[in-house]
Structures are given as structure tokens and as C-alpha cells.
Design a protein around this ligand. Sequence first.
Ligand code: HEC
Ligand SMILES: [Cu+2]
Length: 328
Amino acid sequence: MSGLSGWVPLWPPAASAEAGTVDAIVLLLLGLSGAVLLLVLCLVAGFAIRYRRGSPAKRGALPELVQSEVEIGWTAATLLLALLLFAWAASAQLGEERTQSDALEIHVTARQWMWKAQHPNGAREINALHLPRGEPVRLLMTSEDVIHSFFVPAFRIKQDVLPGRVTQLRFHPTETGEFHLFCAEFCGTLHARMLGTVTVMEPGDYARWRAAQPEGDGLAREGAALFVSLGCAGCHGAGGGGSEVGVGATVRAPRLAGLYGRDVPLADGRVVRADEAYLRDSILQPGRDVAAGYAPLMPSFAGLLGEGEVQRLVAYLRERGEQPGEGR
Ligand code: HEC
Ligand SMILES: [Cu+2]
């Protein structure tokens, strides 16, 4: 464990590549506020002594000019400091967002009052999360009920987890060990017990751990089964190949193979990128973004599907979408 945790009481260990920057920003902010506090205290003490009762110091209003120079000076200086801090913190945050796409993707679902995680091979865990050290991790998080917040102090990461939406967290664990996971958004009576443990292991140990978990089917494979059993395939064609009038289909529906990541023209003239959020909305609110050239015949599946089922369908469509499609 590096950094301050050794000698500052209560300072959490720094166990991710992002932690250093966050600590530096916090310390700078603390230092600046401390300096301002000290300055103000000194001025208060100095003036209290200088203008004590009976002292011969000169009293009365300051010359107009001096007064406005002082006002402008301190306003500009503190504004500049605040902007500098903002720029640094924002660039650190944006740098995180940009990290590579080969990250290990783990789906996290929050509910009152537990954390559920599912690994790419389908392995599941509750209130626990195992991660390999040194690899970029991307969490795709959503909630089944109210707003929660995924907080791991040792990684210096915190992100709200919202119902009906997917939020992300990207980070690199750099230290092995066990770290606390908290819910940082008051979410009901047992909010305080919504705890978990993040275990960071050497990559080899992680691979062994994952292989030893009961074989889940994998999100995308389960999604493929749902795609058929929910009747999506009836309109979109087996495997999402699309269907056209006249080839035995009653509804003309777009092909979904090759869709993920492409720009989709919509009926109202907008063009949107088919990312996870778009796929999700297409299933739950199909009337909102209707693909150009198609009638708005897709039924909404809101209320019919659990959060996990939506996740599986989206994972499946993503996998189908990453295979080369012939376009439309
Ligand atoms: C009754 C036929 C029908 C069924 C059933 C159906 N869809 Fe659709 N779907 C459509 C049509 C028509 C469109 C194009 C109009 C639109 O975008 O709303 C569409 C659009 C979509 C899109 C957006 C495609 C694009 O090119 O932008 C996705 C994603 C999608 N459907 C997924 C699904 C999934 C997943 C299911 C099963 C849970 C499903 N659909 C069930 C008819 C259907
Ligand atoms: Cu919570």
C-alpha cells in the first residue's frame, strides 16, 4: 500500500491507478483551504489588535480606489484557483472515461439491499466482487429499484446506480487484497447493511477462481435464448437477421446483426449511435427512437422484463452487433 494510508489515521489505502490523482486533488484542495483559513485568521487577529479600543490607529473609510482593487483582486484570485481545480479534476475524470475498450466487463445490479455481479463467463456473485490485479475493469451498473451508489474508497471511485439506466465505472486495481464496497446513497431501512467485499487477486488466481465458479450460461447466450422465447425473433428474424415483407413475415423489422456501434438514422431525422443505452431504450421505449424506414410497430417490453433480462438481451444484441453485418 502506497501513499498516506500508512501515517494518516483513517486515510484509506490507495489500491487503484486512479487513486493517486484523486488524493493529489484532495490534498491540494485541503492545502488551499487551509492557507485561506490561516490568512483570514491572521487578518482577524491582526485587526483585532490594531484596532483595539483606545489604539491610535487611523479609522474611517478606505479610499474608494484601494477598496475596489482589493475586491477585484481577491475575487479574481479565488475564481482562478477554483477554475484550476475544476480543470484538473475534470481532466482526471475524462481520462478515466477514455481508457481502452478491452477492459474486463462486469455487470453489476443493485437492489434493496444487495449488490449482484455477473462476470463475462456468467459467473455470479452477491455482495462480493473478484477482480484481477493490473487489468482495466469496466462496470456496467443498473438498479432494480431505487437509486444506489457504488463506492469503493480504496479505489477512490463512486458512481450512482440508477433504475432504468446503465451507468459505468472504469478503473485499474493495482493492489491485491480485500476492500470495502459501500452503498453511498441512502436507499432504505437497511442501506447501512448494503455492503460488499472487493477482492483483488493476481490475474492467474482470478482466472482459476472464475473457472471454479458454477458455469453460468454467459449473458449473451442467455440473451439469445430470451430473444427466441420472447418472440423478438418472430419479427426480427432468427439471429436478428431482419425480415422483409413478402418473405413470409407479416411485419417488416430491422436487422439487428451488425447494429451495435453504428449510427442509426431515425424516422424523425436524428441520427443516434446504437450503444447500450440505445438498445435498452429500443426494447423498453420503442416509440421514442423509431428507426427510419420502419413503422413504429415494435411493442414495448417495459414492465414485462426484469432488469437481468434486459441486460441479457442487450449483451446478446451487442455480441450479434459486433459480428460483421452487411448493413441495411
Ligand atoms: C411485433 C414485431 C416486433 C417484435 C415482437 C419485436 N420487435 Fe424490435 N422492432 C420492430 C420494428 C418494426 C422496429 C423498427 C421500428 C422502431 O425502431 O421502433 C424494431 C426496432 C428494434 C430495435 C431498434 C433497431 C434499429 O435498427 O434501430 C431493437 C434494438 C429491437 N427492435 C429489439 C427487439 C428485441 C430485443 C425484441 C424482443 C424483446 C423485439 N425487438 C421485439 C418490431 C418488433
Ligand atoms: Cu443502496
